[in-house]
Design a binder for this molecule. Structure first.
Ligand code: NAI
Length: 716
């Protein structure tokens, strides 16, 4: 490339304009001091200056917008700027500002081409959509999407208007309502990009495109049904009605942004782009100020912050080269999978049965093979990942493991034996990480020769999907062991929280009283589906009784006595539940639980025979609100105690743990943020109210009554 001249904005600009002899200018974006490009409000002026220069220079015949970063086009807008908005009008102004800059690009008389490599998300994709043509690299890193809905927002810089005009309305709506991004190949297929090329020629191809006249947009090809639904007034009416119905069924009214997205798309298509844009900015402004979006944004910041943390401040993790896994069952199989495929580390599996090894291998094969079949993965990549998994029924190959994750049966004696085995067969430095769901780590480490190497690493089922891991240090665990275990969990794609040792750790401890209360409500005669419905309406992904079926009724009853032993009566499980186990009801896994698992719709209908077994005559008396409030209040109260006792290090970790480990409604921001929203005084009042009616398990935590007196909140 022969450069004529290069103009950079004064000090620290993110943009550089390079004019080539052939009349094409390269507008490169490279936000100084940051690893990824994100859009900031102040860039509006910088881009406008660049556009002024381009407009005043008649030699420029076309422009290519490209990123100066190696790994991203533009990963989105910098959402931290939204925190300074005092009102919906302030936030609307941000949307309007973005719209105006992008509109100016679209209105340019010469062609603008976006050359995309790496993520083009949110504002990044909106920028690309404002260009006259787009080309992307075929790299795995390249992904295009409008994920604003995941933050309780909508694409506020023209995305709701331009995407449905570029590709099929239904496809555009799906992308905006789910927030999922698409890879290069799909982007080309849907028509989001005009071309997809190897990265090595991305810029050259974009330059050639910019030399051609501005392309006129051809409407995307649709089949007969698509044409009816998108190109006739009657069809569109039907399409939007259906979309609203499906959205309402999914959000249950808990998330305000999807409906607003549909409004914007519909208004734009029915009343024209100007009205569409105006509504988009208005709705964006409104959504920024909703508590749902504030909660979802805080969750985003928390996870970003946690990615940078080490477990123990200032203590570096040890280098990880090889991992051992003891037990190839349900959990071991999942742990081996995330080790080999996410952490890209060799995993050596040991089981006492060769069946166990085979099961673990099969677990990974099944998941990867599905990806290959759907063409999300090359067969050769699957083989590469599977080759990281090996196994045996002895300790051969364990001597050089850095961490051994134990996932054998839940039995203290057995787990102590595992510690002794690892100390005998592995290296001095090998960490023993137990995936116990209930046994205090100090007990597992009781006979250890190197207790500093023993730690808990508690995953949630199914391991490949659940994002949380609890890292549990007992008193003798070394800081280096903590940092190294946190590092391993992060490499496996988990968000780890470091919690204090003790019965139930954090997640199961706050879950238990919630589950117990739902069982009490059932025993008082409330129908099972009514209870589950109330908590799903509250925002949980599944109701508590269904959850018990999923996790295993036997598992639930095992944890309960351990909690009672440490914390006393408030953890007493509902009387009569032992009858379920006596009736061999373990839940979904043996197809005998609270729900029916035989027939056409397994797990959908309640197994009515359970009522007789429990001696209950179902009769709905309580409101959904009361059911949800009773269960959730106990979870909140227990969470407050956990923070007070240092079981979780901070409110943020407690919120993340509940959302990622249990599915606490993300739009409420987690138990602590939710308590702040309701007001601690209100929480104490409601707990006291139920304490008077239902007993001392509702007795408000002392830390809560203190906070209420002092008008304190968990977050400042
Ligand atoms: P599982 O029964 O599916 O698998 C246990 C495996 O360990 C079996 O393959 C068994 O052959 C093997 N095993 C038994 N003794 C062994 C030994 N001496 N050496 C090597 N392998 C041995 O059990 P699951 O569900 O995978 O649970 C494992 C651990 O994870 C338990 O401690 C459990 O409490 C915990 N956990 C379970 C969760 C769940 O949802 N299932 C969630 C979180 C933790």
């Amino acid at each position: 490339m022969t450069n004529e001249n290069t103009t950079q904005q004064p000090a620290q600009s993110a943009f550089t304009l390079t004019k080539r002899e052939d009349g094409i200018a390269i507008l490169s974006m490279d936000v100084p001091g940051e690893t990824m490009n994100t859009l900031k409000v102040e860039f509006g002026d910088q881009v406008n200056d660049m556009l002024d220069q381009i407009q005043s220079d008649n030699d420029i015949k076309g422009v290519v917008i490209i990123s100066g970063k190696d790994n991203s086009f533009v990963a989105g807008a910098d959402i931290s700027m939204l925190a300074s908005c005092q009102s919906a009008v302030d936030a609307e102004a941000i949307g309007k500002g973005g719209q105006a800059v992008f509109q100016r690009i679209e209105d340019m008389s010469i062609p603008f081409v976006a050359a995309i490599h790496g993520p083009a998300l949110g504002g990044g994709l909106e920028l690309a959509l404002a260009c006259h043509a787009r080309v992307c690299s075929d790299d795995n890193k390249t992904q295009l999407g409008l994920p604003e809905v995941q933050l309780g927002l909508l694409p506020g810089s023209g995305g709701t208007q331009r995407l449905p005009r570029l590709i099929s309305v239904q496809q555009a709506m799906k992308m905006m309502l789910t927030g999922v991004s698409v890879r290069a190949k799909q982007a080309k297929k849907y028509g989001i990009v005009d071309d997809m090329v190897p990265r090595s020629i991305l810029l050259d191809v974009a330059i050639e495109m910019a030399k051609k006249p501005k392309p006129t947009r051809k409407p995307v090809k649709l089949d007969v049904m698509g044409t009816f639904l998108e190109r006739t007034p009657m069809g569109r009416k039907l399409m939007f009605k259906q979309a609203r119905k499906q959205t309402q069924a999914k959000t249950l009214g808990n998330y305000p942004s999807p409906e607003r997205i549909i409004d914007c798309i519909e208004t734009g298509l029915e009343k024209g782009i100007q009205q569409g844009m105006a509504l988009e900015a208005k709705h964006f402004g409104h959504l920024v100020m909703t508590p749902e979006s504030a909660a979802l944004r805080s969750l985003f910041f928390a996870t970003t912050e946690m990615k940078k943390e080490h477990g123990i401040e200032g203590v570096a993790p040890k280098k990880l080269k090889k991992i051992g896994v003891l037990g190839g069952g349900l959990m071991g199989g999942g742990i081996a999978f995330v080790t080999a495929t996410k952490a890209n580390l060799p995993a050596r599996i040991k089981d006492i049965r060769s069946d166990g090894i085979a099961h673990a291998m099969q677990y990974s094969y099944d998941i990867l093979n599905k990806k290959v079949k759907r063409r999300f993965m090359l067969h050769s990549d699957m083989q590469k990942q599977l080759s990281r998994l090996t196994g045996a029924i002895d300790y051969v190959g364990f001597d050089n493991t850095d961490v051994v994750i134990e996932a054998v049966f839940e039995d203290l004696g057995l787990k102590q034996n595992m510690v002794a085995d690892v100390e005998e067969h592995c290296a001095q430095h090998t960490i023993f990480a137990s995936n116990t769901s209930s046994i205090p780590i100090a007990q597992i480490a009781a006979n250890a020769q190197r207790p500093e190497n023993v730690i808990g690493l508690h995953y949630f089922s199914p391991v490949d999907k659940m994002p949380l891991a609890e890292v549990i240090a007992h008193e003798g665990t070394s800081d280096e062991t903590i940092s190294t275990t946190v590092e391993l969990a992060k490499k496996q794609g988990k968000t780890p929280i470091v919690v204090k040792d003790g019965a139930g750790f954090y997640v199961n401890r706050i879950l238990a009283p919630y589950m117990n209360e739902s069982a009490e409500i059932l025993l008082s005669g409330e129908p099972i589906d009514q209870i589950d419905k109330a908590l799903v309406k509250f925002g949980f992904p599944v109701g508590p009784i269904k959850l018990l079926d999923e996790v295993g009724i036997d598992v639930g009853t095992k944890i309960s006595p351990i909690l009672v032993a440490q914390f006393g009566e408030r953890f007493n499980s509902a009387p009569g539940f032992d009858k379920l186990l006596a009736d061999d009801r373990k839940g979904k896994k043996n197809k005998r639980g609270f729900y029916n698992y035989e027939g056409k719709k397994p797990g959908k209908d309640v197994d009515e025979s359970v009522y007789d077994l429990l001696g209950v005559t179902p009769n709905s008396r309580l409101s959904d609100n009361t059911i949800a409030e009773r269960c959730v209040l106990l979870m909140l109260n227990e969470a407050a105690m956990c923070l007070d006792e240092g079981v979780v290090r901070c409110a943020r970790d407690g919120d993340i743990g509940a959302i990622f480990g249990i599915g606490f409604p993300p739009f409420l921001g987690g138990p602590f943020r939710y308590m702040d929203t309701l007001g601690i005084k209100h929480i104490v009042e409601r707990l006291t109210y139920y304490q008077q009616q239902l007993g001392d398990k509702f007795s408000p935590a002392t830390c809560l009554t203190d906070m209420a007196e002092d008008n304190k909140t968990f977050y400042s």
